[in-house]
Design a protein around this ligand. Sequence first.
Ligand SMILES: CC(C)(COP(=O)(O)OP(=O)(O)OC[C@H]1O[C@@H](n2cnc3c(N)ncnc32)[C@H](O)[C@@H]1OP(=O)(O)O)[C@@H](O)C(=O)NCCC(=O)NCCS
Length: 131
Amino acid sequence: MKNRDIPAVVEIEKLSFKYPKPEAVFREDEHKYLVAKDNDKVVGYIGIEKILDEEHIINMAVDPGYRGQGIGNRLMQHVLNDEDVFFLEVRVSNETAKKVYERYGFKVIDTRKGYYADGEDAYVMRRIPGE
Ligand SMILES: CC(C)(COP(=O)(O)OP(=O)(O)OC[C@H]1O[C@@H](n2cnc3c(N)ncnc32)[C@H](O)[C@@H]1OP(=O)(O)O)[C@@H](O)C(=O)NCCC(=O)NCCS
């Protein structure tokens, strides 16, 4: 993600999440994001952060008009590797995202009660290489 991509990313974030992250967060974390583009248009993004020796997927979203075309799958394929352990949190109600993550070998290992601001629980999912 480049600086000029951020306004489009923030728009997709707003369309995708109940509590969208503000633009300032994306500006601070610019280096952590990868964007998917259709020609010059930003159509999706994924955030990833290495904390000690663990990779954390911060979030992922695809422009609603571009969903179901394999962009989410391609974003995942770009950030995963077969050396590191990956973690993420996902709303328990988010079946679509859970399915995408399971497809890439993530398994639910824990539930965080009331993790989100509206009180919904999160599943903690982990991917261990070769498992
Ligand atoms: C989750 C998300 C990023 C997936 O992106 P996408 O580009 O639509 O995903 P893909 O087209 O690559 O499809 C991925 C899988 O999800 C399935 N899928 C896509 N849309 C779906 C839907 N509306 N309902 C059920 N399954 C769906 C596809 O069949 C595909 O499965 P397959 O690979 O086994 O065929 C997208 O739905 C999104 O932005 N959601 C809102 C934000 C969000 O919830 N982010 C994740 C939480 S951090």
